[in-house]
Structures are given as structure tokens and as C-alpha cells.
Design a binder for this molecule. Structure first.
Ligand code: F6R
Length: 488
């Protein structure tokens, strides 16, 4: 079991949402198992927020809910059908016909349960979300539920009835029975994500993680599942004997691709030299240029480059021409900063900051792409420093920085929190854009080197960042550009 201890409910919600969204990014026709209760509400809000901002598409997704009260009408305010509609489904583009929630009004209950079970067997769940009851129940598998139990009608325990009374006018109104997936049904999901928050869950979490496997704590059967993640806050973790850290893990890393990316934003890409942006993030720029305004600002004039037989002025002209050709391939707007620091023997000049200020004012970017702060190439480092210094001085807020890596200096693994996956088609566009820098590809095989880095990331990051080392990694894409995003 992979246990992620977080600081609070908000962190649980964000991390859990990332895991579900990444599942969708990897497999648009994923089968999701959903849960109700108070715990998933924050996660559902986060999914909705990300869905709106980044263009996730649930149209091919299929969903199964864990359980439903028996005897409540579908449209009853407290039915789980109403809960799911209100808190998630009505806000996403999930198709009505792809939503499955046990029918609390079913007449022939035993045949209905067999039908629900079969439906799940025919459409295996890729990832099942679970909460946990204070008594260790999962779904409505109350203490006493057996490992081989299937979807069925169950009596709710006195504890669950009193816990759930808060949602009804009074305890008498709480239904006494429910239809629930069984333990065996849940255990067939390929992955399981259980979330729990607060002191009231601490006993159940200890019994689940450290206790014996017993039907007295139905959640303890999860110890036998090969792929369970448990995300909890400090209070829910408080009775565990071992200390689980909230180290950066794969619940902090987003998978984007040519369909999933920020939209309707003003974007500024800082390119220290003319070719850096295409080499480091050409595929991402090409995708973003569809629905955003992308400006690439080349910081230096480029005349230090070794281009034989050209004068300083001719070199500058040549490199600008190559960048304009690149911009036609990627779809961005090229700007030339010609910052003085390139020729100076010092950090940068106040004129450089003033010039950057006027460019910033013109673009008013919401997202800035730039080299990562530890980039060892001096010109890259200075470019990043200038931008960060400017943001500090002007106390600029609400900007996202996406630090990219390049051929001269790569990210540390733990600082990667966005992977942009792409296919051969986008690779072709990226390669073409790099090849426009004819004066440079002669000197160095930039296309090959950048392709090799993207391929290397695609092959190694899935294991390095998405599973415990040695686990079976997901296939993200053929190529990957990796970023460290910080909100400024
Ligand atoms: C809900 C469900 C239940 C809840 C559990 C925790 O579909 O199956 O097992 O997950 O009762 O409920 P909350 O989150 O309200 O504490």
C-alpha cells in the first residue's frame, strides 16, 4: 500500500484529483469507480476546476458508483444519485448513458444486484475511489462483510445510521438498507484510491493499514490488493505507528498532452538564445499556440554564436530570420529583446530591467516559460534571474512559472511536476522548428539531442515519478517535455 500523509483536507483533495485526472489523460475511455460521502466533495470540486481550465474530456469515460440507499427515490435530496449529479456529473461532460449508480428503487433486488455485478465484470474498473467509515466500512460493506461478497442488499449498522443522520432531518429518516458493491467487487478494480480526513477516521485507518486482515474491519481486506493508495491528513494518520511523510510523489505531477493544457491565456516564453525555446519546449508551444497567445522573447542578440564568415550584424539578422521561420512552424509570435547583459561583464543592467518591464506591460503574461533556476548555462541562468528579480521587485502575483529543462541542464527528478506527453506528429513539428535554426544545427545535432532527451524522459519518468521504483509504470507517451510549475 502506498500511503501519502498530507497536512490537510485541501491537500488530500488536490492530490486525489490529480490521480483521477492523470488516469483520464492516460486513457480517455477509463472506467471510474466513484464514492459519495463528505470526504470526496473537495476532490470533486478540484476535478471540476481542472476540467474547466485544462480541457479534460470525460465523454468516453464510464462510471460506476459504489452504493446507493435502498428505498429512496432517485431524485430524493439524499440519494447518492442526486449527490453525484449535484457534486460532479452535472459539471462534467460525462454522458448520462455512461453513468452507473445502483438503483435504490429496484424491485427484484437479487436479480438487479447480479446485473450490476455483471456490468462491472464486463467493464473492469480502472480506478476505484473509496472513503472509509469510522467503523472500517468501505462502500456499505459493514463489519462482518466477507472477502468474497458481491453486489448485494445490506442492512446498515447502527453506527453508520447515526453517522449519516447528519444528512437527514432526523435519525428516523435514514434508510436502514443499501445496495453496495461487495468486497470482492471492489478488490477487482485495477487501482484503488482511499481518502480519509479527520480524527474520527484515525482508528479505522490504523486498523486498515496496521491491523490484521479481518471482516471486523472490512477495509483491511485492501491489504491484499496489489495497487492501493491511501491519502490521509495528519489527524487521520495520528494513530499510525509508522511516520508517513508527504514527500513529493506522483500525486503531485500532472500529465498534459495535445488535448489537455491551459487555455485562453497570455503566455510569455523566455528563450535565452534563439533556439532554446524550440529545443526545450517546442512541442508544448505548438499545442499551446492553438488556444492561447504565445509570445517567445529571445533575450540575446546571438552574435556570440560561431557562424563562420558573418559579421556581428549579419549574425544577428541571420538568427532573427531563423527564429521567424521557427515561429511559423510553432505558431507563436517572436520578439527580440537584445538585452545588454549578453555583452556585459556583469549581471544585468537597470536598462535591461526597464526593457523587460515595457515588454511585460505590453504582454501582461499569465504564464511564463523560462529555464529552471539551476540551469548551469550562464546566459540561461542570467535570463531566469532577470525575470525572477523583476517579478520580485514589482511584486507580481497570479503568474504561473513553468521552468523548462534543456540540453545543457536537466531537472532534478523531484522538481518535475508537469509532463507534457506527445506523439510522432508533434515531434515532427518540433523537429522542423528546431531545424529552422540552420546556423546552429550545423554546429551541433540539436534535433537529435532534443529528441533523445524527450524520448529518455518518456521512457524513464513513468517509473521514476509514477510508481514506486520497481513497480509497473504507465506508458505516458512516446515523448515528454518536463516542467517544474510554480505559482507566483
Ligand atoms: C459512500 C460510501 C461510504 C463512505 C464512508 C465515509 O459512497 O461508500 O463508505 O465513503 O461512509 O463517509 P464520509 O466521507 O462522509 O466520512
Amino acid at each position: 500500500m502506498h500511503i501519502v500523509a498530507t497536512n490537510n483536507y485541501e491537500e488530500i483533495s488536490k492530490k486525489a484529483a490529480v490521480i483521477f485526472l492523470n488516469q483520464l489523460a492516460l486513457k480517455p475511455d477509463s472506467v471510474f469507480g466513484f464514492a459519495t460521502g463528505s470526504t470526496p466533495i473537495g476532490m470533486y470540486l478540484e476535478i471540476i476546476k481542472q476540467y474547466r481550465e485544462y480541457g479534460y474530456d470525460f465523454s468516453q469515460a464510464l462510471t460506476f458508483n459504489l452504493d446507493e440507499y435502498y428505498g429512496l427515490k432517485k431524485n430524493h435530496a439524499q440519494s447518492y444519485a442526486t449527490f453525484m449529479k449535484k457534486n460532479l456529473f452535472s459539471q462534467l461532460n460525462i454522458k448520462e448513458k455512461n453513468i452507473n449508480i445502483p438503483d435504490g428503487e429496484a424491485q427484484d433486488i437479487s436479480s438487479y444486484c447480479k446485473y450490476y455485478e455483471k456490468l462491472i465484470a464486463n467493464n473492469p474498473i480502472d480506478i476505484q475511489l473509496l472513503g472509509i467509515g469510522a467503523n472500517g466500512h468501505i462502500g456499505f460493506n459493514e463489519p462482518g462483510s466477507q472477502a468474497n461478497s458481491a453486489t448485494r442488499l445490506v442492512d446498515l449498522s447502527a453506527k453508520t445510521i447515526s453517522d449519516n443522520a447528519r444528512f437527514f432531518k432526523n435519525k428516523k429518516e435514514v434508510p436502514r438498507q443499501a445496495i453496495t458493491m461487495g468486497i470482492a467487487t471492489i478488490m477487482r478494480a485495477k487501482k484503488i484510491l482511499l481518502i480519509a480526513s479527520g480524527k474520527s477516521k484515525a482508528h479505522a485507518i490504523r486498523a486498515l493499514v496496521e491491523g490484521p486482515i479481518t471482516s471486523r474491519t472490512p477495509a483491511s481486506f485492501l491489504q491484499n490488493h496489489p495497487d492501493v493508495t491511501i491519502i490521509i491528513d495528519k489527524e487521520a494518520a495520528s494513530l499510525l505507528h509508522k511516520n508517513y511523510s508527504s514527500e513529493n510523489g506522483w500525486s503531485d505531477i500532472f500529465i498534459y498532452n495535445k488535448n489537455i493544457y491551459p487555455r485562453h491565456k497570455k503566455i510569455l516564453v523566455i528563450s535565452p538564445h534563439h533556439d532554446d525555446s524550440a529545443v526545450s519546449c517546442g512541442a508544448t508551444i505548438s499545442a499551446l499556440s492553438e488556444d492561447n497567445i504565445v509570445n517567445v522573447l529571445v533575450m540575446t542578440a546571438g552574435h556570440h554564436a560561431a557562424i563562420s564568415k558573418l559579421t556581428r550584424q549579419q549574425k544577428i539578422k541571420c538568427r532573427e530570420k531563423e527564429t521567424v521561420a521557427e515561429s511559423k512552424v510553432l505558431g507563436h509570435l517572436a520578439r527580440f529583446g537584445n538585452f545588454k547583459f549578453y555583452d556585459a561583464n556583469k549581471k544585468y543592467w537597470s536598462q535591461d530591467l526597464e526593457k523587460f518591464h515595457s515588454i511585460w506591460q505590453r504582454i501582461k503574461p499569465e504564464i511564463v516559460f523560462l529555464p529552471h533556476p539551476h540551469d548551469e548555462h550562464p546566459t540561461h541562468f542570467l535570463s531566469t534571474e532577470l525575470v525572477l528579480d523583476y517579478l520580485d521587485r514589482k511584486k507580481i502575483k497570479n503568474t504561473e512559472l513553468w521552468h523548462y529543462e534543456g540540453l545543457w541542464s536537466q531537472h532534478l527528478l523531484n522538481s518535475i511536476n508537469i509532463v507534457f506527453g506527445f506523439d510522432n506528429k508533434l515531434l515532427g513539428i518540433k523537429n522542423k522548428s528546431i531545424a529552422k535554426h540552420k546556423s546552429q544545427v550545423k554546429r551541433l545535432p540539436l534535433v537529435k539531442a532534443s529528441q533523445a532527451l524527450s524520448r529518455f524522459r518518456a521512457l524513464t519518468l513513468p517509473e521514476q515519478r509514477f510508481v514506486n521504483f520497481g513497480g509497473e509504470p504507465p506508458k505516458i507517451a512516446d515523448y515528454v517535455e518536463a516542467y517544474f510549475r510554480v505559482k507566483y
